[in-house]
Design a protein around this ligand. Sequence first.
Ligand code: SF4
Ligand code: SF4
Length: 255
Amino acid sequence: MDRGKRNFLKIAGLTGVGAYVGLKGVQAIGNKGTKAKKKLALVIDTRKCKGDCPDCITACHREHNVAERHNPNFKGPGPKAAQGIKWIWVSTFAGAFHEQIHERTGKRKEPVVVLCNHCDDPPCTRVCPTGATWKRKEDGIVTIDMHRCIGCRFCMAACPYGSRSFNFSDPRRSLKAVKPGFPTRTTGVVEKCNFCVERLGEGLLPACVTACTKKAMHFGDLNDKNSPASKALMGVHSITRKPILGTGPEVYYVL
Ligand code: SF4
Ligand code: SF4
């Protein structure tokens, strides 16, 4: 880590109060949520997906060289589980939608697949002091430039969905195989789902959507009424996570 990064982290991490003040302070200079031309969205049909197969997770994590969820090489402080890196994972229904459950949904046993929501108005991008994460104007994808990430983890604190992971130790050590063409990460950077932006550029669908054998995932531009995502939402009841926060999640769940 270079001296600039070290100094910044020292200053930001001095006290809890210091970190709080830092968070408030950087809001003024961080990126603001922007209205994107395209509104890329992922629709997960929970009538078909019961969160009981690993296909989407395996495909995503292989595609993006995501380290094993529980890093066996981790030797630092804190629980091992906290070292897990995840782009897409499963949560209990009540955990994902705890403010929306009622007598019937509360009894739902099946887990649901969760990931970064590529929010319309993402709080994570506003707090980044280096502009390393932002919402793309052209398609609404919330992206990260890992070279500019200084590992302050303000974005992780700001995300109300736990969608970002931090590399406490070298993720390359727990990779069984490296997929050429997608960058591996280093210690001290944050990562998360990128809506497979690199695949979209090649005219492909996100890896999770392609891997889903139950055809429960639909991806596309909600500004285009003929896109698979728009069609999947038509005439059905769908919900998003924590709508009360006003972040405008672009991952929808059909019930
Ligand atoms: S889910 Fe979290 S990380 Fe993803 S865009 Fe929303 S606030 Fe940011
Ligand atoms: S859209 Fe791509 S990066 Fe995001 S969860 Fe699916 S496979 Fe992973």
